[in-house]
Design a protein around this ligand. Structure first.
Ligand code: UFG
Length: 340
């Protein structure tokens, strides 16, 4: 079974391509390489020992998108990662975010209908819950006003797929996976997160500080209403998240699935504070991290973590890795990347 993976050269996409190949699927990568590099594809190939067809394509351009799908119209499913994902950048350049994150989704679903590709897994985010008041968040928790154009683009993407599922003109069956905070790297240390420029996210900032690429980590706020005062997130190993995509495809093709649009949280269901992540990193690396307490970051919420029982039961998925596994694998990747 052939699966098109848009954004397959990116952080979560590359790990998912590996899990797909491990599970016996044939994967094809569509990527514009705007936030990744062609070397990632050779790294995936060396891990999987398979040649992975790659198509460089800007999916927000409908004719380019159409040509790429035309070359792979025998595919049976699409996993759609290709999107912009920086919260602060989306505040600065909202049109860039709406054009790519919504425009590409429309182009892709048009092509899926044209070429009769029936199944779609969509990358959504726990950001759709906004500043949730009741924790843990469930799939049925309300979508509160988004904190950024990025968050809004994910909410719109979900509404769009839900609406599409109820019209006769489209035959697409889709699942939105709401990711919590993916961190960590493949056990080989050959693929991992490689942000362009200064990292926005906590884990790459920690590993780059430990590697000497950054001087000092800022802990954004120690006055939140949490046990140690630092903000809480639901960190999930990127390999566990990748496996959830494979499980979603298996589920969609099974008798158990009888809806055209469904939503699943993908988190470990456990909150960890920024300080707990730092302590875990220090424990597994033996390095004392250079950090300081800084003011809260604009737009950050205090705490969010998932209720993931529905996902575990329905998709027959569960996380295999804990926080120490995540920080250890992120550090192995960073060290290998920097030749340390
Ligand atoms: N943090 C720091 N210092 C840093 C970076 C982050 O203290 O240098 C803190 C943040 O303030 C936050 C926590 O670490 O409390 C996690 O921050 P990340 O930037 O790693 O992740 P976010 O939870 O802010 O954002 C992530 C994804 C977004 C997604 C969001 C949904 O990056 O794409 O989860 O909640 F929208």
């Amino acid at each position: 079974m052939k699966v098109i993976v848009t954004g397959g050269a990116g952080y979560i996409g590359s790990h998912t391509v590996i899990e797909l190949v491990n599970a016996g699927y044939e994967a094809v990568i569509f990527d514009d390489l705007s936030n990744s590099s062609a070397s990632m594809i050779s790294r995936i190939e060396s891990i999987t020992k398979k040649e992975i067809p790659f198509c460089k394509v800007d999916l927000s351009q409908s004719s380019e998108c159409n040509d790429a799908f035309n070359d792979h119209k025998d595919a049976s499913a699409v996993i759609h990662f290709a999107a912009f994902k920086s919260v602060p950048e989306s505040v600065q350049y909202p049109s860039k975010y709406y054009k790519n994150n919504i425009g590409s989704l429309i182009n892709i679903t048009n092509c899926m209908d044209e070429f009769q590709i029936p199944l779609l897994v969509f990358s959504s985010s726990c950001t759709v819950y906004g500043d949730a008041q009741e924790l843990p968040v469930k799939e049925t928790s309300p979508m509160l006003p988004p904190n950024s154009p990025y968050g809004h683009s994910k909410q719109l993407g979900e509404y769009f797929l839900k609406n599409l599922s109820s019209v006769n003109s489209s035959q697409i069956k889709s699942i939105a996976l709401r990711y919590f905070n993916p961190i960590g790297a493949h056990e080989s240390g050959d693929i991992g997160e490689l942000p362009n420029g200064i990292p926005n996210n906590l884990m790459p900032y920690i590993t780059q500080t430990a590697a000497g690429v950054r001087q000092e980590l800022s802990v954004y706020g120690d006055d939140y209403d949490t046990p140690d005062g630092t903000a809480i997130r639901d960190y999930i190993h990127v390999v566990d998240l990748a496996v959830a995509h494979v499980k979603a495809l298996v589920y969609m093709r099974s008798d158990k699935s009888n809806q055209d649009y469904e939503i699943f949280n993908v988190g470990a269901g456990k909150g960890s504070s920024v300080m707990e992540v730092i302590l875990s990193f220090e424990r597994v690396s033996g390095i004392s991290l250079n950090y300081k307490i800084a003011p809260r970051r604009d737009g950050d919420i205090s705490s969010i973590y998932a209720e993931s029982t529905h996902t575990k039961k329905t998709l027959d998925w569960s996380e295999q890795y804990d926080l120490d596994d995540m920080t250890r694998s992120a550090w192995i990747w960073e060290k290998k990347l920097r030749d340390l």
